[in-house]
Each structure stands twice: as structure tokens, then as C-alpha cells.
Design a protein around this ligand. Structure first.
Ligand code: SAM
Length: 373
């Protein structure tokens, strides 16, 4: 490194992709990984080059040392393993869809969560998922055409292109119950401040925003040249202002204004998902550390008349990786629902937080909403 990243955990998270395993059998890939990294460690904190950690929270997820050139390995080139930050694996794990679900990914590019969702739905019988006469069971929406191309590429690499309908456009306008017939669950991972992202990725995204389109292309090229590419970039909030988004903004809003804009956009996206009459589960997530984009969006939704009418509540902790220790901020809920402390604790417990670096990856927030029909 350049000396500024000393506190960055030297762990790279990789998940085994059952969609690229013969008959969905992941054993051979896990075996190959264990042969390449014969020494197992019990915590990601103990990872040194050559060792491997099998994660206890996300099935089929492993941590290796960042110095181990996993991307030059055949498993990676074949799409049998996918680099994805641990916390970024939480939403699909929480939604945990099965082969009979129909899932919409509202803000999908570059497709880490879309392909992870697909691995839960079709992982046991990847071949079945490829039959031509089956309707796609995953509808992915992405507003940015360039990012949608990356999404297309990623679903091909991951081996689930047949099952994913990619729609290029604004989810809140384009997605209708008619288009996403019978949808049961949503992944909503909208643009956010990106305040949970650290290291070179974060610095790059700031630089490219400041320097405009040309250097953005250069930035993308730089990434390709890197021997060890990171997980596909999470985006920052560059699309929130709609039409303004394509103009490079010379100055930035003050943080408060920016967070307020983001939160109202995030609220709209989740609320639109909640309006689908057949849906019973929604997982909302951000890579932000700010309560404004996290717990407070949850609170605003819970206070919304329509959302109440539709019957949505925060899922209990049991639904959202219960063994993960770091939960939502109870103080945020207490500020609003002060009379019902127990309820506040329950809602905070329903949320998941990850701190950047300290928890072995990017800062993250995830929550599941559910209702009975
Ligand atoms: N879920 C992705 C993954 O795991 O790979 C990362 C999603 S990124 C945080 C948010 C994405 O939402 C960006 O690609 C952005 O272009 C897209 N987006 C922003 N507003 C949108 C909208 N109204 N409809 C659809 N996509 C949108």
C-alpha cells in the first residue's frame, strides 16, 4: 500500500458460486480452495497469506489475504468464485429466496447482489434455471445504461443470464406489478453517500466525480490494469439528482443537504417496492454509516400512512442473520417511538450494521421488511 491504508483489514472476501458448479455441487470448488489454502483460521483477523477463513455468517463465503492473487486463479476466471465484500453478501442472505420466489432487484448494477440472489434461487439446480421456456424469475432494474452493461456482463459471468431480466431505467417509474408479475421479494440497494466505503475505492470515486467524465474513463482503465481488482464498485450518490446526474458538479452540497436528498430518494425507492401487492419481503441496504440513510429511512417508512395501510413492519432479528452482533441504533428509534422502549429495541435488533474496517470490510446497513398477505 501507500502507507495510508495501514488500518485496512487485509482480507478479501470471496463467495463460491453454485451456478457455475456442476449440478450446483459446490464441494469440488470448496475442495479446490482448501487445496490452494490448506491452513484454515478461525477468525478473519488471523488471516495471513496462504490461509483461509470460512465465514460463519454467510454460507459459502471465504476470506483470504489481499496479497493472495485470487483473480489469476482459474476458479475466478470461470466465475466459480466471486469477490464480494462480506457485508454486501448480507441482503441476499437475509432475503434467502427459494426456487419458487420471484425477486426484483431495484438498483442492481454492477450485480453483486443480483447474482447472489440467483445463487440462492437456482443454486441447487442451476440447469433447471436455464430452460428457455421459463419466465425470468429475477427482474433487475438499473437506471444508468453504462452500469447496466456491467450488470449484463456480470450475470453472464455468474451463469444466471437466462433467469434475469435486465431493465434499463428508473425503478420507481418503470417497475410495475404487470411487468414484475407475482413478485414475492425485493432487494433495494439504492445509491447512497458511500460513507462506509474506505481505501482506494472510495478515493477513486471521489476523484472521478471531481475530475469529470474523461478521467472517469481513465479511472476505469486503471482498474482493469490492476492485478487484483476489487469487488465491482458500489456507486456513490451520483444518480440521485436525476437529470443533473450526468453533469459534473464542481462543488458538493454540505453533508446535511446531501444526506437529506439521499434519504428522500431512498425512501421513495423502498416505498415503491412496498406498493407491489404480491410482495411479502423487502431487504433494504446501504453502504452508508449515517443514520439519516439507515434507521431514519426505516422510521420514515414506518410512519408513512400508505406503508402502514399496506401492512409492512420490520422483520424480527431471527430473520436477519441473528448471530451477527452489531445491530441498528436503538437511540434513533427511541427518539421517535419513545413510549415503547421494547418495540424500539426490537426494531433496532431487526437492523444490521457493519462498521468499516473494524468489522472486516465496508460499513453497511441492512434491514428486512415483511408483511402477511
Ligand atoms: N446492488 C448493487 C450491487 O450489489 O452490485 C449495487 C447498487 S449501487 C449501490 C446503486 C445503483 O442504483 C447504481 O448503479 C445506480 O445507478 C442505480 N440507480 C440509482 N437510481 C436508480 C433508479 N431510480 N432506478 C434504478 N436504478 C437506480
Amino acid at each position: 500500500g501507500d502507507g495510508t491504508d495501514d488500518d485496512v483489514p487485509p482480507v478479501r472476501w470471496v463467495r463460491v458460486n453454485p451456478l457455475r458448479c456442476p449440478k450446483g455441487n459446490t464441494d469440488s470448488v470448496v475442495d479446490e480452495l482448501t487445496r490452494k489454502f490448506p491452513t484454515k483460521v478461525d477468525s478473519w483477523r488471523d488471516i495471513v497469506p496462504g490461509t483461509i477463513y470460512h465465514d460463519e455468517f454467510v454460507p459459502l463465503l471465504f476470506g483470504v489475504h489481499t496479497q493472495d492473487k485470487i483473480t489469476s486463479h482459474e476458479l475466478y476466471k470461470q466465475g466459480k468464485i466471486i469477490i464480494q465484500d462480506r457485508a454486501s453478501c448480507f441482503p441476499a442472505t437475509i432475503l434467502n429466496p427459494g426456487p419458487h420466489d420471484i425477486v426484483v432487484d431495484a438498483c442492481a448494477a454492477p450485480g453483486n447482489k443480483t447474482t447472489h440472489v440467483a445463487s440462492y434461487m437456482f443454486g441447487n439446480e442451476p440447469d433447471q434455471g436455464h430452460s428457455k421456456d421459463r419466465k425470468p424469475q429475477i427482474h433487475a432494474f438499473e437506471k444508468d445504461p453504462e452500469r447496466a452493461k456491467i450488470l449484463q456482463k456480470m450475470v453472464k459471468t455468474a451463469g444466471c443470464a437466462q433467469n434475469i431480466q435486465v431493465n434499463v431505467g428508473d425503478f420507481t417509474k418503470l417497475a410495475t406489478p404487470a411487468l414484475c408479475k407475482g413478485v414475492t421479494g425485493f432487494i433495494v440497494d439504492p445509491s447512497c453517500s458511500g460513507s462506509g466505503i474506505f481505501g482506494r475505492k472510495y478515493v477513486d470515486s471521489l476523484n472521478s466525480r471531481r475530475q469529470g467524465a474523461d478521467s472517469q474513463k481513465q479511472g476505469a482503465k486503471d482498474n482493469e490494469d490492476e492485478d487484483v481488482p476489487e469487488e465491482q464498485e458500489q456507486d456513490e450518490d451520483d444518480n440521485v439528482d436525476g437529470d443533473e446526474a450526468n453533469n459534473s458538479k464542481p462543488t458538493r452540497d454540505p453533508l446535511e443537504t446531501r444526506l437529506a436528498k439521499l434519504a428522500s430518494f431512498q425512501f421513495q425507492v423502498v416505498k415503491h417496492a412496498m406498493s407491489f401487492p404480491t410482495a411479502t419481503r423487502i431487504v433494504y441496504s446501504t453502504c452508508s454509516i449515517h443514520a439519516e440513510e439507515n434507521e431514519r429511512v426505516v422510521i420514515d417508512l414506518l410512519l408513512d400512512k400508505k406503508v402502514q395501510e399496506w401492512g409492512w413492519t420490520v422483520s424480527k432479528r431471527e430473520r436477519a442473520i441473528p448471530s451477527w452482533p452489531r445491530r441498528g441504533l436503538v437511540s434513533e428509534f427511541e427518539e421517535i417511538f419513545r413510549d415503547d422502549k421494547e418495540k424500539c429495541q426490537e426494531m433496532a435488533d431487526g437492523c444490521i450494521r457493519a462498521l468499516p474496517k473494524e468489522d472486516g470490510g465496508i460499513g453497511f446497513f441492512a434491514v428486512s421488511f415483511e408483511r402477511k398477505l
